[in-house]
Design a protein around this ligand. Structure first.
Ligand SMILES: Nc1nc2c(c(=O)[nH]1)N[C@H]1C(S)=C(S)[C@@H](COP(=O)(O)O)O[C@H]1N2
Ligand SMILES: [Mo]
Length: 214
């Protein structure tokens, strides 16, 4: 017990020195679960993933065809607005940036924002620059294992900070929707579920944009 506490503090100190702990965050060695509402039960035979909105062509994958997309692994630190941070988490799945670069999804020049649509109508919005960057992934696996139901099985958006990548915009973990079913490309921004309840639209972890003042 005490050993765990000391180990956690020591790790946290090291991360602070490395510039990897955003203000107001503390390190957890666990993986807390956070969401509104129940965990959906998923029937893979009827599951699909759709892309629509500001795109040249709408796309739809079944669970089977989604597995054929090019896969990417990303290691990053994730930061929850409720003040826990978890470091060196490894995610595997599909990079939206890769799909667009490869012409698998053809977006219109008007596409400027992306809405993640999840089970039960949950939504979360991001500017396109963030959704296409290396620190946002359509993830199917966490640390080498398929996502557990409570962490978003079979697919979730996940966003974090890649150590050393100061060029990226880092946002709180709520900006990744669990139980993801579709992406809507938008010309104008719209607020997602948590953003409508008062969370900050930008969600920048370094500037501590947690709650919107307005
Ligand atoms: N579908 C859905 N996704 C969601 C949420 C939610 O309520 N519903 N909550 C977000 C919040 S507030 C956080 S902090 C992260 C938590 O992810 P975790 O449970 O895997 O730690 O999921 C995000 N994705
Ligand atoms: Mo959260």
């Amino acid at each position: 017990m005490l050993k765990d506490v000391l180990h956690r503090r020591e790790e946290e100190g090291r991360l602070h020195q490395e510039g990897r702990m955003p203000p107001g965050q503390s390190l957890t060695l666990k993986f807390p679960v956070l969401h509104y509402g129940p965990v959906p039960s998923i029937d893979l035979s009827s599951w699909d993933f759709r892309v629509w909105g500001e795109v040249e062509e709408e796309v739809r994958w079944t669970h089977e065809t989604f597995q054929e997309l090019p896969r990417t692994e990303v290691k990053m630190d994730i930061h929850c607005v409720t003040r826990w941070s978890k470091v060196d988490t490894t995610w595997e799945g599909v990079s939206l940036g890769t799909l667009i670069d490869g012409g698998v999804i053809k977006i219109k020049p008007t596409a400027a924002f992306v809405m993640q649509h999840c089970e039960y109508g949950f939504t979360v919005n991001l500017p396109i620059e963030v959704a296409l960057a290396d620190n946002f992934l359509l993830a199917t696996h966490f640390n080498g294992q398929p996502l557990t139901p409570e962490h978003g099985y079979p697919l979730r958006g996940v966003v974090g900070a890649i150590p050393g990548r100061k060029d990226l915009r880092d946002v709180y973990l709520w900006k990744g929707g669990k139980w993801l079913r579709g992406l809507e490309f938008m010309a104008e921004d719209r607020l997602g579920f948590w953003e409508q309840t008062g969370y900050h639209n930008e969600a920048d972890i370094w500037r501590e944009l947690r709650l919107s003042s307005g």
